[in-house]
Design a protein around this ligand. Structure first.
Ligand code: AMP
Length: 193
């Protein structure tokens, strides 16, 4: 059954872990905007070269770029049956600009907020060993600051539409996945009806 989810949460809140777990649970692809951009950088495409420095600094790439990357990902045949979006939309402006694009896919069923205190985020990112060039200390602080500035209006946006489903992201991954599925069922998200 089609389910269209958006994952929200600070860097390190577990979106990259929960995305694939939830995708597996619902049988839909996990579409991570950061991952799609890093793939372009890794492949050395023109787009990748344009965004590489921005990614290294932990700043947001221009809306036009991310909207076109996500438009392509959401238009792929694998996304017809639903998806777990991770990292996009990231700002209120992106959410507004993505509305048409998301409506075309059937519209979001829920925005899952992986809620985690900043100190836990810092500890988790300090211990993250995947060698990402944006996981060094000062960049972590910048990404956290950007997240807080952008998240509040975005959370409000989805709360007002009755799409926001907050979940405590501090337990181990499997427990968080179960909590998300239970919260989505309680929310009445279509996939679990
Ligand atoms: P993430 O893996 O979601 O933490 O994203 C890694 C990096 O990709 C971010 O720090 C941004 O530079 C870029 N990025 C990912 N998603 C977006 C987005 N929706 N808008 C702008 N930049 C993004």
């Amino acid at each position: 059954m089609a389910v269209r989810l958006l994952l929200l949460g600070a860097p390190g809140s577990g979106k990259g872990t929960q995305g694939p777990l939830l995708g597996h649970h619902y049988g839909v692809p996990h579409l991570s905007s950061g991952e799609l951009l890093r793939r372009q950088v890794g492949a050395g495409t023109e787009l990748g070269r344009r965004v590489a420095t921005t990614l290294d600094r932990g700043e947001l790439v221009p809306d036009e770029i991310i909207l076109s990357v996500m438009d392509e990902a959401l238009s792929s045949p694998s996304a017809v049956g639903g998806y777990v979006l991770d990292g996009f939309p990231r700002t209120l402006r992106q959410a507004e600009r993505a509305e048409g694009l998301l409506e075309r896919t059937g519209g979001l069923d829920a925005a899952v907020y992986l809620d985690l205190p900043d100190d836990v985020v810092r500890a988790r990112l300090a211990g993250r060993a995947d060698g990402r060039s944006d996981d060094v200390d000062d960049v972590v602080e910048r990404r956290l600051a950007i997240f807080h500035a952008e998240a509040a209006p975005l959370l409000d946006h989805y709360r007002k539409r009755d799409l926001l489903v907050p979940v405590d992201a501090s337990p181990p991954p499997g427990d968080v996945t179960r909590a998300v599925v239970a919260a989505l069922t309680a929310h009445g998200t279509k996939a679990d009806r």
